[in-house]
Design a protein around this ligand. Structure first.
Ligand SMILES: C[S@@+](CC[C@H](N)C(=O)[O-])C[C@H]1O[C@@H](n2cnc3c(N)ncnc32)[C@H](O)[C@@H]1O
Length: 217
């Protein structure tokens, strides 16, 4: 990893794992995924009533999706590696008069929470934790441990584009439906994969994405 890589907005181009310090460095700037409001696809999901029970937002960043849930009266917890992101999330909760819980934790160690959740939200976390098979397997085991049987896992991730040598608008971590199905072939049921979009800051809107819904067995 080059020292300057984090200044270049890591999740789009990082091929190796980023450290908490590198994620913090991104948050000291203006990360292009941190749009200051929920992703529209997750907002629609919340509005539809699909989010129920205890909610966990993995890689919650500055907390927009956790706060979206608590504003709906749900019990929501956000976990992230980045202390800088979590500090911003706590400030937002205070400013908005909302009660939410934010924890600094590597998602691969979720089982250490010794808690169970009914719904997990993931906007942009699946991409960095799926950059190698070991990471991916460790993460899915940890996630399985904290989700109740029948619990739902919603992922918003970049969608690869057919006939495009720069899939997902140049994002290395762009997935096809086949990638997703293979990643969850055991112990998960793939309920739906909806072609949608992700927003980024500035003019980075309508980036091709998947909204994936899975159920834990
Ligand atoms: C692309 S950002 C998305 C943030 C947030 N979900 C959003 O939609 O704005 C990915 C987030 O995952 C966090 N992250 C990356 N790897 C992680 C890990 N192993 N454990 C916990 N958080 C992680 C990063 O610190 C970052 O906040």
């Amino acid at each position: 990893m080059q020292a300057s890589r984090h200044d270049a907005h890591p999740p789009d181009d990082a091929e190796t794992e980023l450290t908490p310090a590198q994620w913090d460095a991104a948050y000291r700037g203006a990360p292009r995924w941190d749009i200051g409001r929920p992703q529209p696809a997750f907002q629609r999901l919340a509005d539809s009533g699909a989010l129920t029970g205890r909610v966990l937002d993995v890689g919650c960043g500055t907390g927009e999706h956790v706060l979206m849930c608590t504003a709906l009266g749900l019990d929501a917890t956000g976990v992230d590696l980045s202390a800088a992101a979590l500090a911003a999330a706590v400030d937002k909760a205070r400013d908005r008069g909302l009660t939410a819980r934010f924890l600094q934790l590597d998602v691969r160690r979720l089982a250490e929470l010794d808690e169970r959740f009914d719904t997990v939200l993931d906007s942009g976390l699946f991409m960095p934790v799926s950059n190698d098979e070991t990471n991916h397997a460790t993460y899915l085991n940890a996630l399985h441990a904290v989700l109740n049987p029948g619990g739902r896992y919603f992922i918003l991730c970049f969608r690869s584009q057919p006939n495009n040598d720069r899939p997902g608008h140049g994002h290395h971590h762009a997935f096809s439906v086949e990638d997703i199905a293979a990643a969850f072939s055991e112990r998960w049921r793939l309920n739906s994969s909806e072609a949608t979009t992700l927003d980024g800051v500035g003019d980075r809107e309508n980036i091709p994405a998947w909204l994936i819904a899975l159920t834990r067995s």
